[in-house]
Design a binder for this molecule. Structure first.
Ligand code: HEC
Length: 160
């Protein structure tokens, strides 16, 4: 009798633990999207219609484009800061050609990073838009970018 109670308790314990462990498992890892050329192409189509013009104006200077520096780039400290930004920015994300972007992230990583900086309004960096007032993203532009990111993530996950 005692042994069977012990058995039942152990089984329940094991089941309970498995359910618990399963809940804690990161599902995102097992659901890595299967990236195909077609998916990337349709994301790039959406990108070039709606997003590329925004990125060209507001992001490209530091993310892979030929930098068009303002006059104060000639001042020693400003030059140093700007050159650092351009080097760092390009390393993180290079948007000089279409999607998928160059840089160190996978397409999904890049989309997530873009969504994050746009929602948190951390790009362009503040030190930059303090000087170029009109380089900040407008509300409309932020909405367009986030919508594109969401459409693109869906395409990556679920196909066309
Ligand atoms: C003044 C230069 C500059 C401009 C303009 C700029 N960025 Fe950046 N960006 C950087 C630098 C520098 C980094 C890397 C260091 C950091 O995160 O501050 C970066 C990093 C990023 C990252 C990677 C963040 C991460 O967590 O890996 C994303 C995504 C990004 N920028 C998107 C954008 C977008 C979108 C725009 C335009 C709306 C933009 N940036 C405009 C300089 C810039």
């Amino acid at each position: 009798m005692k042994a069977s109670i012990h058995f039942v308790v152990s089984v329940l314990f094991i089941i309970g633990f498995k359910v618990y462990a399963h809940q804690n498992k990161k599902h995102t890892e097992s659901r890595k999207p299967h990236v195909t050329k077609e998916k990337l192409e349709s994301i790039n189509n959406l990108y070039s219609q709606a997003i590329q013009p925004i990125f060209k104006n507001k992001c490209l200077d530091c993310h892979g484009g030929p930098s068009q520096f303002p006059w104060y780039h000639r001042l020693p400290i400003a030059k140093q800061l700007m050159d650092d930004d351009v080097r760092e920015g390009k390393k993180h994300l290079d948007i000089s050609s279409g999607f998928p972007f160059k840089g160190h992230g996978s397409p999904l990583d890049d989309l997530k990073a873009i969504e994050k900086v746009v929602k948190e309004r951390t790009m362009p960096p503040m030190r930059y838009w303090l000087l170029h007032w009109n380089c900040r993203l407008t509300k409309k532009e932020r909405l367009a970018i986030v919508t594109w990111v969401q459409q693109s993530k869906k395409i990556l996950r679920e196909g066309l």
